[in-house]
Design a protein around this ligand. Sequence first.
Ligand code: ADE
Length: 228
Amino acid sequence: MIGIIGAMADEVNGLKFVMSNVLIETVSSVDFFLGKLCGINVVVAESGVGKVNAAVAAQTMILKYNTDYVIFIGVAGGLHDALKIGDVVIASSVVEHDMDTTPLGDPPGYITGLDRVYIDCDARLADILERCARETGLNTLRGTIASGDQFIADDDTRNRLKNMFNAYAAEMEGASVGHVCAMNGVKFAVLRTISDTADSSSHIDFPTFCKMAAENAIKVIKASITQI
Ligand code: ADE
């Protein structure tokens, strides 16, 4: 079973509408859509925004639906200079940029328990997503994605995430799903498309381009699902 999670309706509806044999189950206020996507068994959920919501959806998928893979999809704020609105970022690793135990001597982003800063994504899954994104005609980069419970919309924070974590994109869920998957030994990937550049124009760009960018991520999932 492949689990696919997006935070918002625009990030997953395009998948739900083309699934067949759909059964809907609600757990912890999240609707899980079970069915087939291009003939493959999937479970799709709209988690809600932020790290806790995404973690609850991921943990539920793993325990209740025994997912072999969890893929988080949706939009992000671009941090890498080469990224334009609509482009794709596939995570090589994820980092919780708001995890901060530095007063205790840990490096920024350090996750006590997992005992690391960066959580690696499954390389084979990332390869498939990257190849399919390119074949779909989308500009694609692979790099670290930074997650935190914060919409990034100013240059200072943007530069901090770029410089401190070498992050290519900022969003609010991927690393929490990576954290849950690492705790459970489940393979995961994060596929994001750029809706804004996490700066002072983001409050305008995000609502303007969110739907268009989210549709690009959905195209990539449809193109890659049979190869996973
Ligand atoms: N998702 C899309 N754009 C974002 C931003 N600028 N900050 C955090 N999450 C986002």
